[in-house]
Ligand binder design. Structure first.
Ligand SMILES: Nc1ncnc2c1ncn2[C@@H]1O[C@H](COP(=O)(O)OP(=O)(O)OP(=O)(O)O)[C@@H](O)[C@H]1O
Ligand SMILES: [Mg+2]
Length: 339
């Protein structure tokens, strides 16, 4: 049985259509017009214990709303959520012990307390025994370097410090299910790396993780399953690597030659590829579809023409594929092939 299960999950936000100002508010009292926004639209999602899932979609797609529904922060308009068979509202306390959630855009730390005290409050709320508490703090400190942060007031933390503290706070009680909603937003590269390492540690320890991010580097190498939501609906749920293999088909070969070459001659030799000048006269790049030709074919065609000095092949990642899905350029079906 899946540990997280949503069926027909739907959330409609009702916004009052008010003209601005007091007059608008008074008028609204009598007319009561609303606009309904369907933020999450009949989402079916089942996550097995120990699974790591990437949950991606463009801005406003309904990702954070889904996470709020799955954690019981919001009540669905219709549909159901079960966490290991438990009901998010009815079994709120039992569930709170088993899930951890991080919203990168909002802090859960107490603004006016030193971080160490925020952690101590959580320790008491969750009844974490002192030895476990010390061990976890130590473990987080190794990855997140919490030492300098612990004595600081919540409101004094920089974004990167805040995120590290929030991440520790989200998993301090050792939850078996962790939702990470944009956990690396605004972090510098070094901190991102460390935070990603912590995600992998969580995953390897058997934690069920649902990760939302606009930085797809968070996702690559982290999980096998990709779920894409758009306008509240799941438009894809399947294997990340299969999608990449099938659709990340573009390759770019960067070439450096001994002497400058007329690019028209290169273009003539490589019909179907796109040839662009490089930064210097002895550099150029060849963009090709690996389904149409291989890198070997491109190199062989070039070597009859020029003396190659250096070569590098760039393979676009999942970004490229996802960008095309968002823009409506590419429709994936559930098996990971194009529909
Ligand atoms: N409390 C609310 N009241 C009204 N509308 C809301 C509320 N929360 C979210 N929405 C709307 O629901 C839709 C989905 O929002 P949500 O925050 O889930 O998107 P998201 O996928 O997390 O986007 P982002 O990538 O920008 O974080 C948006 O149109 C948003 O404006
Ligand atoms: Mg969001």
């Amino acid at each position: 049985m899946p540990i997280v299960e949503a069926r027909g999950l739907t959330k409609v936000f009702r916004r009052p259509d008010k003209d601005p100002g007091l007059a608008g508010a008074v008028k609204h009292l009598f007319t009561r017009r609303y606009t309904d926004k369907v933020a999450v639209d009949h989402v079916d999602l089942a996550i097995e214990a120990g699974e790591a899932v990437a949950y991606v979609g463009p801005n406003g797609a309904g990702k954070s709303t889904t996470v709020k529904l799955l954690t019981g922060i919001l009540v669905p308009t219709s549909g159901s959520v079960r966490i290991d068979g438990l009901h998010p509202q009815r079994d709120r306390i039992a569930i709170a012990h088993r899930i951890g959630v991080l919203f990168g855009q909002r802090t859960q730390l107490w603004w006016d307390l030193p971080v160490a005290e925020s952690f101590a409050v959580l320790r008491d709320i969750y009844g974490i025994d002192p030895a476990t508490y010390r061990r976890r703090l130590q473990q987080f400190d190794d990855v997140l370097e919490l030492g300098e942060i612990l004595p600081m007031l919540g409101r004094r933390l920089s974004l990167g410090q805040r995120m590290r503290a929030d991440l520790a706070a989200a998993i301090l009680h050792g939850p078996e299910i962790v939702y990470l909603d944009e956990p690396t937003i605004g972090l510098d590269l070094a901190v991102k790396d460390r935070v990603r390492e912590l995600f992998r540690t969580l995953r390897d320890a058997g934690t069920t993780v649902m990760l939302t991010s606009h930085d797809l580097a968070d996702i690559e190498g982290f999980c096998r399953r990709l779920v894409i939501i758009d306008e509240g609906r799941i438009v894809f749920d399947g294997d990340l690597q299969a999608v990449k293999d099938q659709f990340a088909r573009e390759r770019i070969l960067h070439v450096e030659t001994e002497r400058a070459v007329p690019l028209d001659a290169v273009r003539a030799a490589l019909a179907g590829a796109e040839v662009a000048a490089g930064e210097t006269p002895v550099q150029f790049s060849v963009r090709f579809d690996r389904f149409d030709m291989t890198a070997g074919h491109v190199v062989a065609s070039l070597s009859g023409l020029v003396n190659l000095v250096d070569l590098r092949v760039d393979e676009p990642g999942i970004e490229d594929v996802i960008r095309r899905v968002y823009s409506g350029d590419l429709v994936l079906d559930q098996a990971g092939s194009s529909a």
